[in-house]
Write a protein that binds this ligand. Structure first.
Ligand code: ATP
Ligand code: MG
Ligand code: MG
Ligand code: MG
Length: 389
């Protein structure tokens, strides 16, 4: 099943059950939101989960692109991407947790053909403030899917204050062999879907206030689902990355982890630029700058002459089309190449400075601060340049 069809099966399933399909937002949260990028499908819907009536009603479905800087260190594994898409469904004070879980199971089993034997789920087992989520536990027990109770892993919040609640995570076995262990003991259980039961609001003092109108938010990683449906082991083997994996290896000979990082970061950079962000030294622009510099550092580790000028336009086009951005490939290419030139100038300056007598021996904290504040050379880069020389 290709990606487009997977999305259609998901949205049709929920539309047939009374959900209104809403358009996902860009990666940029609305003005006033303190978070730099949209990190989940529920993020743009926070006010509605907190009680505001949604103009499209109390059952919604959508596809939302997300960016998680917190996952940057995971990049290179087979399941985490910097920019990814979340298939989401919502009940805004409408149906409750059992209905959400029953539909979830029905869709995975009948809509996507994932048998019960490949599923395992976790449910919130309770802590000092809130008791175990017995409703979810009972619902899964009735379905026959193996269920495990956990604590920290099944409590959802989007920050220290705001809406939160217990959740139930659904895992699929990807081991090739018959399933073994549980999600907490064997990493071959891959999490694909989270059903969050937004029942509380966390206040400044840490206490929990029950929401007048509890809601449900579910989010399923599209790339992970597609990986499973297409019978692959990694998101990079799906149709979403097909042109990347076809065009990049002949162009740049990279080891597997580097190839994955370069693909992920380039694709993410293209989407971020497509959504209107430009490199800078603060905020969103700085996230973009870090992503581009990290990919350039990886790309050139073995061969400093590699350049983004060689990047096939087809890849930019494929990504922009998939994310339906109106930005043209010319703009994205210009931004990437300008950033590459800037980085080259910075490296040049750094090499010159660091080769001087002042920086021969070990560097002090003051040296690092000075190099950063006066010359724009972050510590990582200084360390890298010193290793070179
Ligand atoms: P994980 O434990 O694998 O990091 P998570 O618990 O952080 O996932 P959620 O916040 O529950 O993820 O997000 C809902 C779904 O979004 C996950 O079940 C997963 O399918 C998908 N997802 C989360 N993070 C990523 C990512 N970095 N890349 C791709 N898909 C992701
Ligand atoms: Mg995570
Ligand atoms: Mg998780
Ligand atoms: Mg989760």
């Amino acid at each position: 099943m290709d990606t487009d069809r997977t999305v259609r099966v998901f949205t049709d399933f929920y539309r047939e059950r009374g959900h209104h399909l809403i358009t996902g937002s860009t990666l940029l949260p609305p003005p006033g939101d303190p978070v730099l990028f949209t990190t989940s499908g529920m993020h743009p819907l926070t006010p509605y989960l907190e009680g505001r009536p949604h103009p499209r009603g109390s059952r919604l479905v959508n596809v939302q692109r997300c960016l998680r800087t917190t996952d940057l260190d995971e990049i290179g594994d087979s399941t985490h991407l910097t920019v990814f898409e979340m298939l989401g469904s919502w009940s805004l004070g409408d149906y409750g947790p059992s209905q959400s879980l029953r539909w979830g199971y029905e869709l995975l089993r009948d809509g996507f053909g994932i048998p019960r034997e490949r599923l395992h789920v976790t449910v919130f087992g309770g802590d000092e403030q809130v008791g175990p989520d017995l409703e979810s536990l009972r619902t899964w027990q009735e379905s026959g899917v193996p269920v495990e109770l956990t604590r920290e892993d099944n409590w959802w919040s989007n920050g220290p204050v705001g809406p939160c609640g217990p959740d139930s995570e659904i895992f699929v076995w990807t081991g090739g062999t018959p399933p073994q262990g549980t999600p907490t003991t064997d990493p071959r259980w891959v999490e694909i879907w989270n059903h969050v039961f937004m029942r509380y609001r966390r206040l400044e003092d840490g206490s929990l206030q029950p929401l007048e109108r509890p809601g449900i938010d579910t989010g399923m990683g599209l790339e992970r689902l597609v990986t499973i449906l297409q019978g692959h082991d990694s998101v990079y083997d799906t149709d979403l990355f097909e042109p990347w994996m076809r065009l990049l290896p002949p162009l740049w000979e990279l080891d597997e982890p580097s190839l994955r990082l370069v693909c992920d970061h380039l694709r993410s950079g293209v989407v971020v630029i497509g959504d209107g962000v430009r490199p800078s030294n603060t905020g969103r622009g700085y996230v973009l700058r870090r992503v581009v510099r990290r990919l350039l550092t990886t790309l050139r580790r073995d061969n400093p002459s590699r350049t983004l000028s060689d990047l096939p336009v087809e890849l930019l086009q494929h990504t922009l089309d998939h994310f339906r951005t109106s930005c043209g490939t010319g703009v994205v290419r210009d931004v990437l190449l300008e950033e590459e030139r800037r980085f080259d100038r910075l490296l040049e300056r750094g090499r010159r400075l660091l080769s001087g007598p002042r920086y021969r021996g070990p560097l002090s904290e003051e040296d690092y601060d000075y190099l950063h504040d006066t010359h724009g050379l972050p510590r990582d880069l200084v360390l890298g340049l010193r290793r070179e020389g």
